[in-house]
Design a protein around this ligand. Structure first.
Ligand code: ADP
Ligand code: MG
Length: 783
């Protein structure tokens, strides 16, 4: 994102050109004022100086340009950093003014239905899961786009992601081959330059695309000599004086049929209606150098500049950790729960290991002793088992389940998806079946009759270990004698889901492959104790990873074809396109079509988020059976799917993924003994992207990757893909927020030490906010 001084530079150039050309108002086609309209908004004095430029006499024009250039002269002063500054509310900011400002203030808990947001608003809020003014205020943008000064086409590089504003001057459509529909529109930007925009297979866009409409589009640019074409990923239409343009603009998670503009206006209304309170006292704000809440909320949704956005982000991130800590500490109250008590003898562990086709690694053995110690204790076990993909967590969990079974207790393993549940079912049957343990599967895809039957077997103790999805915790599952619950990839489940499984107070083992530095695990998992498997089983051939640019795509697929000819299978993953399931589906379909050309001999299958759980399972099963060679997929394969014969993974537009996510994805190959490969295709060719992706190329260690990622992401950078993996954190990133987390923990402890039940009237707002956040987490939909 360019800084204000970058914009200053960019604005200076045409002015200098104008001066050199004798002020004929030709440096910008369409006239100087046109440029100013969308370009000089952050510099009101410059706009003032050049007002009515076209009408001025040449010598007057010269004065005006010179005055503007003085105003735009580069300054070397660094922006002053005043962390505790009280933000001015942009009610004084003309572009954010609103007729609602004068209306009576409403408390943040006010239901949205009580405020007039215009026709259709209730349906839209319901679709977005927003109920109160507070929800709207804390519905943070997914990202920000700098639209203060949109680039001139001359500055656009090939492959770069760009945002362009312009008016539609023409449109057309083509159907180059059956099943493919390309819509093209030419936009004229404020510089008078024209840019061609393309939409693939998105027929519905055409209807809304009138000539004369002013649009903001973003997408990837392709250069053909002097002309530029943009493959549109995000599009908005904008009015003349909109919240959407000429500023740092918020882009929200949206649903189809809900415009960005609607969310922005509603948020603005909410900001204007809620009185300026804060749940943190001025003293705490000063102590931790935090900006005040109203300023932070305005700054998050409608920042004037990067500095305000940074302060807002810092404050709201602090709040996330504070409430998380408060919740953890408050829950800790009744944490001395009695759980099950098992004998968990060394002899039983040895017996289990004797039945394995391998020996446990030292790391597996160490964590097993930690788990066995917990199981023997009277206290309820609450342990997080963390280890990289393929480190052998499932084998360890199987051993723990075996120990429970030896004491005649039932065991459960809950997985976040049906695919994973099936897979765990297969491996647990392998580990435990031979030892006489009866393993069952309970997932939504079972027929009603089958389900009832499994439920009966659970209730009557005819099954010893049951693997399943959240079907395991539904009302009609009555356990005979649940002793140990294993939860895989816990962060995908809400707190309530976990609680339900815990109703009978079984011991609990949570498995996660998300690398979280040890110091932070306590925060993120609250009461859980931590065991780490920090060693991979021997004999693994490390995955070879190669980073290429999309210009070399053809050769890479040549390599993939070679592997397929040798009888191997491949994954090809495409990034999820934000904001639209339809687009996601189209991206995957499009890629599958591409591959028919790039990999002519291969059989290609498709997996995407729009499929039902059952459809996904069918596709995975047939891939496992080798019914086809290449599985094209969106990120739904992210977690734990195992196909040993798949040795290649191609990740398209790798730059759109977080590093940890890339690492997880890559873990899908290399599950067998054969050499496996991961090809990262960079769709963007900047130095920064290359440097980031090189981390994945150079390392296969999840912790190293998480740390390197943290070092690379400097301060002040706008937030991209969320990586924390924790539902509660919308802004925070566990890997990089160590200092904030410690401060928040300190404050949470301080608050509860003086008022353990938060009943002091001065803490009422804090308490209400804590309750709002807790219930949001608890009722979150699973998966
Ligand atoms: P995770 O659950 O951590 O992803 P798994 O338990 O699924 O890892 O193990 C990955 C693969 O490694 C499985 O095929 C498993 O059989 C194998 N495996 C597990 N432990 C060992 C070990 N100690 N030695 C050799 N292979 C192992
Ligand atoms: Mg696993």
């Amino acid at each position: 994102m360019p800084t204000l001084s970058d914009i200053q530079d960019k604005l200076r150039r045409p002015l200098e050109l104008e001066l050199a050309q004798g002020c004929q108002n030709r440096a910008v086609s369409g006239g100087m004022e046109r440029l100013l309209d969308s370009f000089a908004r952050p510099f009101p004095k410059v706009r003032e100086a050049l007002r009515g430029y076209g009408e001025l006499q040449p010598d007057r024009r010269q004065e005006a340009v010179q005055a503007a250039l003085v105003l735009l002269a580069p300054t070397d002063r660094p922006a002053p950093k005043v962390p505790t500054r009280v933000e001015t509310r942009p009610a004084q900011n003309a572009s954010a003014g609103s007729p609602e400002t004068d209306a009576a203030p409403l408390p943040p808990g006010t239901e949205l239905s009580r405020v007039n947001f215009g026709p259709g608003a209730p349906r839209k809020f319901a679709a977005l899961g927003l109920h109160t003014l507070r929800d709207l205020l804390h519905n943070y943008p997914r990202r920000h786009e700098d639209r203060r000064a949109l680039p001139s086409l001359a500055q656009v590089e090939d492959g770069q992601k760009v945002t362009v504003e312009g008016v539609v001057v023409s449109k057309s459509r083509r159907t180059p081959r059956p099943g493919m529909f390309i819509l093209e529109a030419t936009l004229e930007n404020p510089w008078g330059e024209r840019v061609k925009c393309t939409w693939f297979n998105q027929a519905w866009v055409e209807k809304g695309l009138r000539e004369g409409l002013r649009l903001i589009v973003s997408g990837r640019a392709k250069r053909f000599g002097r002309s530029v074409q943009v493959a549109v990923e995000h599009m908005e239409s904008v009015g003349q004086d909109s919240l959407s343009t000429g500023r740092i603009t918020s882009v929200y998670d949206a649903k189809e049929g809900i415009s960005q503009d609607f969310v922005r206006r509603a948020t603005q209304t909410a900001l204007n209606r809620v009185p300026p309170g804060d749940y943190l006292t001025p003293r705490w704000r000063t102590q931790y150098a935090l900006t005040d809440l109203p300023g932070a909320l305005w700054g998050m949704h409608f920042p004037h500049d990067e500095a305000q956005l940074e302060r807002a982000n810092h404050r709201l991130r602090f709040d996330e950790y504070l409430f998380l800590e408060l919740r953890v500490l408050l829950q800790g109250e009744d944490a001395v729960l009695l759980g099950k008590r098992f004998s968990a003898s060394d002899r039983d562990m040895q017996a289990f290991e004797a039945g394995l086709p391998f020996r446990f690694t030292n790391a597996q053995r160490r964590v097993l002793y930690e788990i066995a110690d917990d199981m023997r204790a009277e206290r309820q076990m609450a342990r997080l088992l963390q280890g990289d993909v393929g480190s052998g967590k499932t084998a360890v969990a199987a051993c723990a389940l075996y120990l429970a079974w030896r004491d005649h207790y039932q065991g459960a393993l809950m997985a976040p998806t049906e695919i994973l549940a099936r897979q765990h079912y297969a491996s647990l049957s392998g580990y435990l079946g031979g030892l006489g343990v009866r393993v069952g599967l309970l997932i939504g895809a079972l027929g009603a009759k089958q389900k009832t039957e499994v439920q009966r077997q659970i209730a009557e103790g005819e099954l010893d270990v049951v693997v399943g999805t959240q079907a395991l915790i539904q009302e009609n599952v009555q356990w005979h004698n649940l002793g140990l619950a294993v939860v895989d990839e816990e962060h995908r489940f809400g707190v309530m889901q976990r609680r339900k499984l815990l109703a009978g107070r079984p011991d609990v083992l949570v498995m996660s492959a998300t690398p979280i530095p040890r110091s932070l695990a306590l925060t993120s998992y609250g009461d859980l104790e931590l065991s780490v498997i920090d060693e991979l089983p021997p004999g693994r051939t490390p995955i070879q990873t190669k980073l290429i640019q999309d210009t070399a795509r053809r050769q890479s697929y040549g390599f993939v074809m070679k592997q397929i000819r040798e009888g191997r299978q491949a994954y090809v993953v495409t990034a999820l396109i934000e904001e639209s399931e339809t687009l996601e589906l189209l991206a995957a379909t499009q890629l599958a079509d591409d591959l028919k050309v790039l990999l002519p001999e291969a059989r290609v299958g498709l997996l995407h988020g729009r499929m039902s759980a059952q459809e996904k399972d069918e596709v995975m099963d047939s891939f496992r059976r080798r019914d086809f060679d290449v599985l094209v997929s969106t990120t739904v394969i992210e977690v734990g799917v195992d196909v040993a014969n798949a040795t290649v993974m191609v990740i398209e537009n790798a730059e759109r993924f977080g590093l940890s996510q890339l690492h997880q994805l890559r873990g899908r190959v290399g599950r067998g003994s054969a050499q496996s490969y991961c090809i990262l295709v960079a769709g963007e060719h900047s130095q920064k992207t290359r440097k980031r992706l090189k981390i994945i190329e150079d390392s296969t260690d999840g912790f190293v990757i998480a740390e390197a990622d943290l070092k690379l992401r400097g301060h002040g950078e706008l937030r991209g893909t969320r990586q924390s993996g924790l539902d509660e954190l919308r802004l925070g990133d566990l890997a990089s927020d160590l200092e904030i987390i410690e401060q928040a923990r300190e404050l949470a402890k301080h608050i509860l030490k003086h008022d353990p039940t938060l009943s002091h009237p001065g803490l009422a707002y804090l308490k209400a906010e804590l309750q709002a956040r807790s219930s949001q987490v608890a009722y979150r939909e699973v998966i």
